[in-house]
Ligand binder design. Structure first.
Ligand code: PGA
Length: 254
C-alpha cells in the first residue's frame, strides 16, 4: 500500500528559477487541483509565502534547503525557515548536484534537517546519458539511493518519517525527450524493490514519482505504469493550463 494518504497521485510543479508575484497571482487564479490528487508547487524560496491558498490539496514546496541549521552562512535558507511556509522540499535535484556540487553527504544532512522541522523531502535520483548508454544506470541509481537514503533510515529516529522519491533521468530533464514507459517502469520497479529489501516494509510504501519532459501528451502512458505514483514537472508546469490538464488526465485514470 503506497503511502499517499488519501491521494491517488502526487503532482509536483518545479518552477526552477522562474516566477514573480504577478505570475503567481494569475497561476493561482487558474490552477485547478483536484481532491483526489496532491499538488505541490515548488517555487523559489522568496515566493513561498505567496503560495498560501485555500484550494483543496494544494501545498507549497521549496526547491532546496540549506545543509546548515543556523549560523554564519550568508545567503542560505534553513529547514526551520522553509518550514514556516511549506511542507515539502526537493532534495538532490540533478541541477543542484551538477551546478552546486551537492554530494551525498550534503544530501544526507539536508534530509535530516528537513525531518527535524517536519518537512517532507522529495529525494531526486537518476542517471545521466553516459550511464544510460553504457548500460550501468541501475548500479548508479542503486548507489544514489544507497548512499543517501539508507544512512538516513539506518537511524531509528527517522524510521517512521515520510519520504517521497523522484526518478529523474538527467538526459530527460528539460530536453523534450522523456524516458519511455518501459524505461520508467524498469527503474521504478527496481527502486521499489531496493527500498523494500533494505528499509523494510514501511519503505515499500514510498511514493515514486517520475520527472523529465513530462507533458499532457505523455502523462497518461507514464502514470499507467505500476510503480509510478505521480509526476515531477518542470517546463510544462510553468503554463498553468498545461499543468492543470496533466492533473486532470490523472483524474481520468483513477
Ligand atoms: P522538465 O523538468 O519537466 O522541464 O524536464 C523536470 C524537473 O523539474 O526536474
Amino acid at each position: 500500500m503506497i503511502n499517499l494518504g488519501n491521494f491517488s497521485s502526487i503532482f509536483v510543479a518545479n518552477w526552477k528559477l522562474n516566477g514573480n508575484i504577478e505570475f503567481i497571482d494569475k497561476y493561482y487564479q487558474n490552477l485547478l487541483p483536484n481532491s483526489e490528487n496532491c499538488t505541490i508547487i515548488c517555487s523559489p524560496h522568496i515566493f513561498l509565502k505567496s503560495l498560501k491558498s485555500n484550494k483543496v490539496n494544494l501545498f507549497a514546496g521549496a526547491q532546496d534547503v540549506s545543509e546548515y541549521n543556523e549560523g554564519a552562512y550568508t545567503g542560505e535558507i534553513s529547514a526551520s525557515m522553509v518550514a514556516e511556509y511549506s511542507r515539502y522540499v526537493l532534495v538532490g535535484h540533478s541541477e543542484r548536484r551538477m551546478f552546486f556540487n551537492e554530494s551525498n553527504d550534503i544530501l544526507i544532512k539536508k534530509i535530516m534537517l528537513a525531518y527535524k522541522y517536519n518537512l517532507i523531502p522529495i529525494f531526486c535520483f537518476g542517471e545521466n546519458l553516459e550511464n544510460r548508454e553504457k548500460g550501468d544506470y541501475l548500479s548508479i541509481i542503486k548507489q544514489q539511493i544507497e548512499k543517501v537514503i539508507f544512512p538516513v533510515f539506518s537511524s531509528s529516529v527517522f524510521l517512521n518519517q515520510t519520504l517521497i522519491v523522484a526518478y529523474e533521468p538527467v538526459w530527460a530533464i528539460g530536453t523534450g525527450k522523456h524516458a519511455s514507459p518501459e524505461q520508467i517502469s524498469e527503474v521504478h520497479d527496481y527502486a521499489r524493490n531496493l527500498l523494500i529489501d533494505n528499509i523494510g516494509n514501511i519503505k515499500g510504501s514510498v511514493p515514486i514519482l517520475y520527472g523529465g519532459s513530462c507533458n499532457s501528451q505523455n502523462a497518461k502512458s507514464i502514470l499507467e505504469q505500476k510503480n509510478v505514483n505521480g509526476l515531477l514537472i518542470g517546463g510544462a508546469s510553468l503554463d498553468v493550463d498545461h499543468f492543470t490538464k496533466i492533473i486532470q488526465i490523472a483524474h481520468g485514470l483513477s
